[in-house]
Design a protein around this ligand. Structure first.
Ligand SMILES: C[S@@+](CC[C@H](N)C(=O)[O-])C[C@H]1O[C@@H](n2cnc3c(N)ncnc32)[C@H](O)[C@@H]1O
Length: 250
């Protein structure tokens, strides 16, 4: 583990926003509707990357048996649950205690064993925890210092493991789609959920990730098609939502 001054990744105002919405995590028509819509596409991306890195066959019933996964900033567990169903040993961590309560109750009702913790990346790193895969999905735009947060995530990845991040690009189109479209026109998200200035371009995210010593091996867009009302993966279009995979050298 790299020695760095211990700073907090928490931006209290950001965490308070999610704490206030905690009860709505599992309502597909509620305040997290965009994440519910995006989830199958994110799952497709994440499972493809993990299967490729660890030589697993996604057609198996539980292809990720034996792998440990940390879902940092797990919210209500929208991604933690499917990963547990695929056989992984999942830890879900979130700074908002309300989220962890909702996530734990939901997993229990589903008969899923997930180790949910109200904590932060830096606290887990300080405990010396490490995982085969760290998923940091839609969180880097909400933390106090993205570069510092990514460096802590790197510490949490075992050698040979993966850090998979997803976030929003910063450009005029993402302002139109991510703020005006999603928050003001469609009202999919409460106004103010996102601050466009905190969105991160793929090059910025790749630079911050590479600076930690991780190797970025894939960047992929997640594209909303308003005609088909569907999402798809695209390695050509990273203009709004995108994901990035990085490997820690073995
Ligand atoms: C947009 S939500 C994404 C939730 C989940 N990853 C998903 O995509 O379904 C961001 C989450 O990150 C959490 N969060 C923000 N800052 C955090 C921090 N420093 N440590 C842990 N969780 C944090 C928030 O409480 C919130 O639940």
């Amino acid at each position: 583990m790299t020695e760095r001054p211990q700073t907090s990744s928490i931006d209290p105002a950001e965490v308070a926003k999610f704490q206030a919405m905690a009860a709505e995590w599992w309502d597909p028509q509620g305040k997290f509707k965009p994440l519910h819509m995006l989830n199958p596409t994110r799952l497709e991306y994440v499972t493809t990357q993990i299967a490729a890195q660890f030589g697993r066959n996604r057609d198996d019933a539980r292809p990720f048996e034996g792998l440990t996964i940390l879902d940092i900033g797990c919210g209500g567990g929208l991604m933690a649950e499917p990963m547990a169903r695929l056989g992984a040993r999942v830890t879900g961590a979130d700074a908002a205690t309300g989220n962890i309560l909702v996530a734990s109750l939901h997993a229990e009702a589903q008969g899923l064993e997930i180790d949910y913790r109200a904590t932060t990346s830096e606290a887990l790193a300080a405990e010396g925890q490490s995982y085969d895969v760290v998923m940091a999905l839609e969180i880097v735009e909400h933390v106090a210092d993205p570069a510092d947060f990514i460096a802590t995530c790197r510490d949490l990845v075992k050698p040979g493991g993966l850090l998979i991040q997803s976030t929003l690009n910063r450009n005029p189109k993402s302002f139109l789609m991510g703020i005006i479209g999603a928050e003001w026109v469609m009202r999919w998200l409460p106004k103010g959920t996102h601050d466009w200035r905190r969105f991160i371009t793929p090059d910025e995210l790749a630079a911050m990730t590479t600076a930690t010593g991780l190797n970025v091996v894939d960047r992929c867009g997640m594209v909303f098609n308003p005609l088909g009302w569907s999402w798809s993966l695209s390695h050509r279009d990273l203009s709004v939502n995108y994901a990035m995979t990085a490997v820690r050298d073995a």
